[in-house]
Design a protein around this ligand. Structure first.
Ligand SMILES: C[S@@+](CC[C@H](N)C(=O)[O-])C[C@H]1O[C@@H](n2cnc3c(N)ncnc32)[C@H](O)[C@@H]1O
Length: 153
C-alpha cells in the first residue's frame, strides 16, 4: 500500500483510521522534514497511544476525529490512506466523499480491506484471504480514479 500511495517529500499524507500508527514511521520518512503525516482516529485511547509512539517525530500529527466529518480544509492533502477502516465505518459513501473533499485535485487515495469472501484454501472460510496488497491497491485506485480524473501527481 505504501508503494501505491507514492508519498513524496513535502507531501501532506493522511492516515485515516490510523489506529496505533503502525506505518507512521515509513510515512514520515517519505514526506521528509518538509511534509506532514496527519493521523486521524475516533478512538481517543488509540490517538493517545499513537501520539506517545510518535512523540519524537515532529512531522507526525495525530488527532482525534471521525472520517465521516473531517475537520480539515478542502484540498489540504496530497495523499490519503485507509487500512482496514472502511469495513468499520457506518457510512462508507460519506467517508469517501469527505476524503475526496480534503484531497487536492490529482491527489491519491489508497484503501486496503481484507477480502473475507475469498478463502485461501478450501475450508479456510473467512479466516484467510488471498487478497494481496497490490491487488487491493489496484482496485482502490480504479475506484478512486473517478475522484481524480487527472491522475495523481
Ligand atoms: C482495524 S483498525 C486499523 C488501524 C490502522 N489503520 C492500521 O492499519 O493499523 C481500524 C481503525 O479504524 C478506526 N475507525 C473506525 N471507524 C472510524 C471512524 N468513523 N473515524 C475514525 N476512525 C475510525 C478504529 O478506531 C481503528 O483504530
Amino acid at each position: 500500500m505504501l508503494d501505491e500511495l507514492d508519498v513524496r517529500p513535502g507531501h501532506t499524507a493522511l492516515d485515516l483510521g490510523c489506529g496505533p500508527g503502525t506505518d507512521f514511521e515509513a510515512l514520515a520518512a517519505a514526506v521528509t522534514a518538509t511534509g506532514t503525516v496527519l493521523g486521524i482516529d475516533h478512538d481517543q485511547a488509540i490517538v493517545e497511544a499513537a501520539r506517545a509512539r510518535t512523540a519524537d517525530q515532529p512531522v507526525v500529527d495525530v488527532r482525534s476525529g471521525d472520517v465521516h466529518d473531517l475537520t480539515l480544509p478542502d484540498h489540504c492533502a496530497d495523499r490519503a490512506r485507509t487500512d482496514r477502516v472502511s469495513q468499520h465505518v457506518s457510512d462508507p459513501r460519506l467517508a469517501l466523499s469527505e476524503v475526496h473533499r480534503v484531497l487536492r485535485p490529482g491527489g491519491r487515495l489508497v484503501m486496503g480491506e481484507p477480502d473475507w469472501e475469498t478463502p485461501e484454501t478450501p475450508g479456510a472460510g473467512r479466516q484467510r484471504s488471498t487478497t494481496s496488497p497490490a491487488w487491493t491497491a489496484r482496485r482502490a485506485r480504479s475506484t478512486v480514479s473517478s475522484f481524480s480524473p487527472t491522475g495523481a501527481t
